[in-house]
Design a binder for this molecule. Structure first.
Ligand code: C5P
Length: 221
């Protein structure tokens, strides 16, 4: 493993509220914040821009290894992701990336490249994704798994889609179903509740309430 261990990992499916909770938690604790999904999205966007065949796992693996990806980890600053020096943040949540990111993220060689980058970025940070507590940082003592019922997750994504550019509810629903399936069934680092993780169902909780629960958990033995 690289330079150090994160403070806490937060895993869960899309729309469970991980990003908002992780960012708010990091702001409260004055530590860094790493959104691992944004790195998978950046690689996917680059592959789409270059017209890659997404079945070509060799090409995807080489691309992931060669790209220089930089992410802003200060939770008090706006999110920023750069690929080879070019900011791509505003393009990471397009419907096209939503539809294809799970295909890119299931390639083992892509996961290895992202895992290496995460090891370098995450010392003392709040890190969120799908396999943070189970595969990338299995030795971390504090792990959270954040979930919510399907309708709530769709509703949250619809609200976010309104902020990022429009996408229909039907399309979001279909995208979440497909991504859930690929993320849970893939061979390499599938979405799982990490052993010993605190499971939080955020269906009826505000972001502040989720953060309060995590802070209590971090302060417990
Ligand atoms: O969290 P977000 O929805 O932005 O993640 C986008 C996609 O990236 C997920 O659907 C998943 O396929 C992939 N991902 C992953 N492992 C992570 C984080 C994200 O496979 N740790």
């Amino acid at each position: 493993m690289g330079s150090g261990s994160p403070l806490v990992t937060i895993d869960g499916p899309a729309g469970a509220g991980k990003s908002e909770a992780a960012r708010a938690l990091a702001r409260r604790l004055l530590v860094r914040y790493v959104d691992s999904g944004s790195i998978y999205r950046a690689i996917t966007l680059e592959a789409l821009d270059r017209g890659f065949d997404l079945d070509d796992t060799q090409a995807l693996q080489e691309l992931a290894a060669e790209l220089k990806i930089e992410v802003e980890t200060d939770p008090a600053k706006p999110p920023l992701v750069k690929v080879n020096g070019t900011p791509v943040t505003t393009r990471l949540r397009s419907p096209r990336v939503d539809e294809t990111v799970s295909l890119v993220a299931k390639v083992p060689g892509v996961r290895q490249a992202v895992t290496r980058l995460l090891w370098d970025l995450s010392q003392g940070a709040v890190v969120e994704g799908r396999d943070m507590g189970s595969v990338v940082f299995p030795g971390v003592r504090k792990k959270v798994f954040l979930d919510a019922n399907f309708e709530t997750r769709v509703e949250r994504r619809s609200r976010q889609a309104g902020d990022w550019g429009s996408d229909s509810t039907e399309h979001i629903e279909e995208d979440l179903r497909t991504r859930d399936e690929i993320d849970q069934l893939r061979e390499s680092a599938p979405l799982r509740i990490p052993q010993g993780a605190l499971v939080i169902d955020s269906t009826r909780l505000s972001v502040g309430e989720v953060v309060d629960r995590i802070v209590l958990y971090l302060n417990s033995k």
